[in-house]
Design a protein around this ligand. Structure first.
Ligand code: ADP
Ligand code: MG
Ligand code: MG
Length: 873
């Protein structure tokens, strides 16, 4: 099997479609080379080779060694240099790259091939002694850290020492002699840390580096990143070996990162940062603060123009905004990487609508590829309330690295951030800069604040990808890890104090700011009309109040998939009435109490129906165990007994009797309606009574009455009978009638198994995937947090099944329930109303299995609409 794929010199063995095999970086390097862009020659070792290595205990596939040699010869030929040569040495970079981009997850080694001989040759050949030794010391440092796992601080320490004795501030100020000295010190560091001499055979260097890339695939931080981002099903990483080009040969050299459009705002303007006389990761690592790409236009107009042109070409070629890495060596431009640029939700929408308007892409492409469901979620994120200043002092101004407002207590380490989340405390992670080791804490924190680094620093890139608010490079503050404080010189903030950050503006405030929901603009609405043109599955919402229903309508909901009636029983008068009902000793008393609730329920339904303007509304009958309506503190019990006018001891006894060991599996759902049909009667009267009211207002509603927690067809039939009888009575009494439907929730596994029988009587099904997940796994929804974290960490579960539908298990029940139900009743309407209704991969599953709609909370409605549209593409 072919394990090495070359690229360069206007051709390539791979192309952009080969991401799974070559990784994203390798596939795009090949693609760029084929379309004639200036990409230094190189080759990619396949992800299959990585997979072989990790599954065979660190052994290379049989043909890899020879293929790598051939690959090196290919580069030598293209470049006119030779690996390890003492005249014209070839230096290479060794870079990782998997099918899914994982920023900063796997490290790059630059300048590989240097040793005491080749460095001299490089010096003679380039006539630049300083450059040669600068490259050499970088190589030893990188090789030591990345390949041998030596802590970077050890090298940093040696460098700081030397800078101090030389009395200089920046690396660039070190003269050649000092750099030579530094090389010796670095080698000593290497030897001390590893017990070996620094390897001077280039092929040995290469083999070790390739292995390090292979191994980095299974490193803790890479595994963690994949876990947090739910990246599964990949073979491994590709390894890209590529001829070096030098951005550090002098002031006619540079290295940088650019975006074809602004990744924060989406504005169609070339955007980016660069450093003169620098190499590789200097820009990303935030070692020196880079310059705006605009400045490059003045310093190097020709390469700048070429770069902008290439940006345009790539954007058109890929049909997407690009994130490009480049290096300029002595005025010549080289492209080292391109990928679809990460962007904010706001930018994604703007770019999608602009690119369609500019004729660069079709609407379908824009919906499929330019906006992710998560982007929409981000758009609906809270923002700092600008109108309400609250008098919070501004502590600092940094870069607006990732929008959204975050309010939390200050922590300085990732561990603390992770702990705080377990304790339920919102925190802001404050770091000088972040590194991949911090991803756990960054994910846990509400927001991130760094004092160093640019818009493409690790913190900024990762935060934007996650839609997490981030202010980066806030140089106004000085962070002191020793005292756990930071200060701007006037105000000192201690660990545990509240701050607020505005990631859209880069502002940091002392204390807690007010936060508001953002406005949705024209571009958003245009984009969503495209989404709806493409979408085939309906999206409803879960709402129990007129306000929520209204908001959901604004977000594009096409009905209510779940209206939970129990929420309507809270509030002073109502709770009293339901408590009266619960403590009643006779049917008469119970009916009397329910009589009091009827007008409230009817009014609620009337308002919701009115807001929903004829869209379908599914109302679930009372579901929770009655105990939930009663107090449990002794003090409260006493007080409530007084309010209800019954003896304290009698009431306390009632409360005690109603207590259950497993309330979620107890006296709830249709079981209540079967024990107390008068509850079902009252609710039916309220629902249909409301519909009759609206009929008078000329609004047609067809209420869908949903019986919860059915496990047998008999349970359903018994409730349906109560509903139908009540309806008949009501219609006779009022002389009016309305259409209505009676259906059920499928949330007990047994119901899915006998769905064909249930469908004989039920007019619709709605999968209640929260309970269905709980009962299928046997995990208590209310207690699972205790062990789910560990399960996911250990890889026992890939994801939290309460967030992402378990398609393998629970999904099978959905598939079966739908199929069996429709065997009995082909026109059966089927939907889903659990939390999963707003989770993109679950939405896609529902579409594939022929569900008519998904229903989710109002704020998730736009996300579900987009996910449903994407499922069809
Ligand atoms: P990442 O995935 O973290 O972006 P890369 O593999 O792209 O890592 O490498 C990091 C940096 O190293 C790049 O931004 C680029 O500037 C530099 N680099 C990689 N290969 C070369 C090369 N052949 N010549 C010069 N610089 C390189
Ligand atoms: Mg890297
Ligand atoms: Mg890169």
């Amino acid at each position: 099997e072919k394990v090495v794929f070359t690229f360069g010199g206007g051709g390539a063995e791979g192309d952009r479609s080969m991401k799974q095999l070559l990784g994203g970086k390798g596939a795009n390097l090949a693609e760029m080379s084929s379309i004639g862009l200036p990409v230094p020659a190189g080759f990619t070792i396949s992800t299959e080779a990585c997979h072989y290595y990790s599954s065979h205990g660190g052994i290379w596939p049989r043909n890899l060694k020879q293929s790598v040699k051939d690959g090196i010869h290919f580069i030598e030929e293209k470049m006119g240099t030779r690996f390890g040569d003492s005249e014209h040495p070839l230096l290479i970079s060794v870079r990782s790259g998997a099918a899914v981009s994982m920023p900063g997850m796997m490290d790059t080694v630059l300048n590989l091939g240097l040793n005491d001989y080749t460095v001299e040759a490089l010096m003679r050949h380039t006539n630049n002694e300083r450059f040669a030794y600068d490259s050499y010391r970088r190589f030893i440092d990188m090789f030591g850290c990345v390949v041998m796992g030596i802590s970077h601080e050890k090298f940093e320490h040696a460098l700081e020492d030397l800078k101090e004795t030389q009395g200089v501030e920046h690396d660039t100020e070190l003269d050649t002699e000092s750099l030579k000295e530094l090389v010796d010190r670095y080698k000593a560091v290497y030897r001390k840390a590893t017990g070996y001499m620094f390897p001077d055979d280039p092929y040995e260097q290469l083999e070790k580096a390739v292995n390090a890339v292979f191994e980095s695939w299974d490193s803790d931080r890479a595994v963690k990143y994949r876990r947090i981002n739910h990246i599964t099903g990949l073979l491994g990483t590709g390894v890209n070996v590529q001829a070096m080009v030098y951005g550090n040969m002098g002031d006619d050299c540079a290295t940088g990162v650019c975006f074809t459009r602004n990744p924060s705002t989406g504005e169609n303007r070339f955007y980016g940062e660069f450093l003169l006389n620098a190499q590789g990761e200097d820009v990303v690592a935030g070692i020196r603060t880079p310059q705006d790409i605009k400045a490059l236009q003045n310093v190097m107009p020709d390469p700048y123009r070429e770069l902008v042109g290439i940006g345009k070409k790539l954007e058109k070629h890929y049909g997407n905004m690009q994130d490009i890495e480049f290096t300029i060596q002595k005025g010549t431009l080289y492209i080292l990487q391109t990928r679809n640029g990460k962007r904010t939700g706001h930018a994604a929408i703007r770019i999608a609508s602009d690119m369609v308007a500019e004729g660069l892409v079709e609407k379908r492409h824009a919906v499929k590829s330019l906006v992710e469901p998560g982007h929409l979620d981000q758009l609906l994120h809270p923002q700092i309330d600008q109108k309400n200043s609250n008098g919070n002092a501004v502590i600092g101004q940094g870069l607006p690295a990732s929008p959204g407002a975050a309010v939390g207590k200050v922590v300085f380490t990732s561990e603390e951030a992770e702990q705080a989340v377990i304790d339920g405390t919102p925190v802001i992670l404050v770091r000088i800069e972040t590194s991949p080791e911090d991803v756990g804490g960054m994910s846990a924190a509400e927001g991130i604040l760094t004092s160093r680094g640019g818009m493409t620093s690790h913190a900024a890139v990762v935060a934007r990808g996650w839609g997490k608010p981030c202010v980066a490079g806030c140089g106004d503050i000085i962070i002191n890890y020793e005292n756990n404080t930071f200060t701007n010189g006037e105000i000192t903030i201690h660990e545990g104090e509240w701050i607020s950050i505005d990631g859209a503006r880069g502002t940091v405030y002392q204390g807690k700011k007010d936060v508001v929901k953002p406005e949705l603009d024209e571009d958003y609405h245009t984009f969503m009309t495209w989404v709806d043109e493409i979408r085939k599955m309906r999206v409803r919402t879960n709402a129990d109040t007129p306000e929520d229903s209204k908001r959901a309508l604004e977000f594009g909901a096409e009905g209510i998939g779940l209206c939970r009636t129990e929420h309507m029983f809270f509030g002073e008068e109502r709770i009293k009435a339901i408590r009266k009902m619960i403590v009643s000793n006779s049917l008469e008393e119970r009916k009397e109490a329910l009589e009091k609730l009827l007008p409230y329920q009817k009014k609620d339904f009337t308002e919701i129906f009115r807001v929903m303007k004829g869209f379908p509304v599914t109302i679930r009958l009372l579901d929770p165990p009655l105990h939930e309506f009663l107090p449990d503190e002794p003090e409260e019990i006493k007080k409530v007994a007084g309010e209800l006018g019954i003896r304290h001891s009698e009431f306390a006894e009632k409360v005690r009797l109603l207590r259950e060991f497993n309330p979620m599996l107890g006296h709830r759902g249709c079981r209540l309606g079967i024990s107390y049909p008068e509850i079902t009667e009252m609710q039916t009267r309220a629902i249909l009574g409301a519909a009759i009211e609206l009929k008078k207002e000329k609004i047609k509603v067809i209420p869908e009455i949903m019986v919860p927690l059915i496990g047998t067809p008999q349970e359903f039939r018994s409730q349906k009978l109560v509903i139908n009888n009540t309806a008949a009575d009501l219609f006779e009494e009022t002389g009016e009638s309305v259409e209505y439907k009676v259906g059920t929730m499928i949330e007990i596994p047994r119901a899915a198994l006998v769905a064909d029988q249930i469908a004989r009587d039920a007019e619709f099904f709605s999968f209640g995937t929260n309970d269905l997940t709980q009962m299928t796994f046997g995990y208590s929804r209310d207690d699972a947090a205790k062990f789910l974290g560990e399960y996911i960490k250990e890889g026992i579960l890939q994801q939290d099944p309460f967030q992402v539908l378990d398609t393998e298990g629970v999904g099978q029940l959905i598939e079966m329930g739908t199929r069996l139900g429709r065997e009995t009743k082909p026109e059966l309407k089927v939907g889903i109303c659990g939390e999963h209704g707003g989770e993109p991969s679950s939405v896609s599953f529902c579409y594939e299995h022929g569900l008519d709609y998904v229903s989710c909370s109002p704020f998730r409605v736009p996300v579900a609409r987009l996910a449903a549209a994407q499922a069809t593409l």
